[in-house]
Design a protein. Structure first.
Length: 319
């Protein structure tokens, strides 16, 4: 009975986004045990994921009325860090396909689109400004998720002031943080995590090599771009040297843009434009195949719809 009560309290304390993270890291742990990772790698992974689970559960006890603002802030921002860790852990299960069967299949669609007359004309007529813009957008795919959350996080005082003014006009009661603020954070991270972790979860099933590495077929005029060198430098040193299908970048930025747009429409529109530009940049720069980008955008949209359904009983509806 006590165990049931404890599980019930824990379930009530955890946000849905936190449950999603716990489920993902538990699944990674199970996969690492069944797929026979090297003993040292498995031991480090097991210890790390158990510690992460303990941290997430401990922070779940940090509610709006908690005394520690630092702990509350860590809880709100922690998913941004864990997304990076989830990506690195998924990379442990990648086994490249020496025959590159999917690569040769996906490149057919890319050639028919990227080397069409309209795309070639656009790239040549707007060179080099369009190329600079696309490479900048691709570079923005890394900070775009935390920036999207920052928009909602920093807007909280304005929302609090609005609620306080409404309270003064009606009944004189002490100021309280708006009840929907934690729900807004949870909805944002639910959307982003569902989109991104899905891409990471199916990552090992679709072994792909980045087209920039395998085909070196950047369309349009040859342009020397400092931003491209920066993007390649980051990928060479921090990526798992494989290509995701669906694109995790496209899925993450699409989910972020829609989640921001649901609460801050004007800023969200800018995020949506940037997200579409990021998806286009992944294809132009040959960081992803067109199929990766399109699938990633669709995953981000589906994740947003599913998140709205999950949180449909919250105080602030999706718009």
């Amino acid at each position: 009975m006590r165990q049931t009560s404890f599980i019930g309290r824990l379930n009530a304390q955890l946000r849905f986004s936190e449950k999603t993270l716990l489920a993902f890291f538990a699944a990674v742990l199970v996969a690492s045990a069944t797929l026979s990772l090297p003993g040292r790698t498995f031991a480090v992974l097991a210890l790390l994921n158990v510690m992460l689970g303990f941290v997430i559960v401990t922070l779940s006890k940090t509610g709006p009325a908690a005394r520690s603002r630092t702990a509350a802030a860590i809880r709100d921002w922690l998913p941004a860090i864990l997304l990076l860790l989830a990506y690195r852990e998924t990379g442990l299960f990648i086994h490249p396909d020496p025959a590159h069967r999917l690569d040769h299949l996906f490149i057919l669609w890319d050639k028919s689109v990227l080397h069409s007359r309209s795309v070639e004309w656009l790239l040549w007529s707007s060179s080099p400004w369009l190329q600079h813009y696309l490479e900048l957008c691709y570079l923005l795919c890394y900070p775009l998720v935390p920036l999207g959350f920052a928009v909602l996080y920093l807007a909280r005082p304005r929302d609090a002031a609005l609620h306080e003014s409404r309270d003064k006009d009606t009944v004189a009661i002490p100021h309280r943080q708006p009840a929907w603020a934690p729900e807004t954070f949870d909805r944002f991270w639910t959307t982003v995590l569902l989109a991104t972790l899905f891409c990471y979860g199916v990552y090992p099933l679709f072994p792909l090599t980045p087209p920039r590495v395998l085909f070196n077929d950047v369309p349009g005029p040859a342009v020397t771009l400092l931003l491209r060198h920066m993007n390649v430098w980051v990928l060479d040193r921090f990526s798992v040297q494989a290509c995701l299908f669906p694109s995790g970048h496209a899925a993450a930025v699409t989910a972020t843009a829609l989640a921001v747009c649901a609460h801050r429409r004007r800023v969200g529109i800018l995020f949506c434009i940037t997200a579409l530009s990021v998806a286009a940049a992944t294809v132009y720069g040959r960081y992803h195949y067109l199929a990766d980008a399109v699938a990633g955008v669709l995953v981000g949209i589906v994740a947003f719809v599913v998140s709205c359904r999950i949180h449909k009983h919250s105080n602030k509806p999706c718009v």
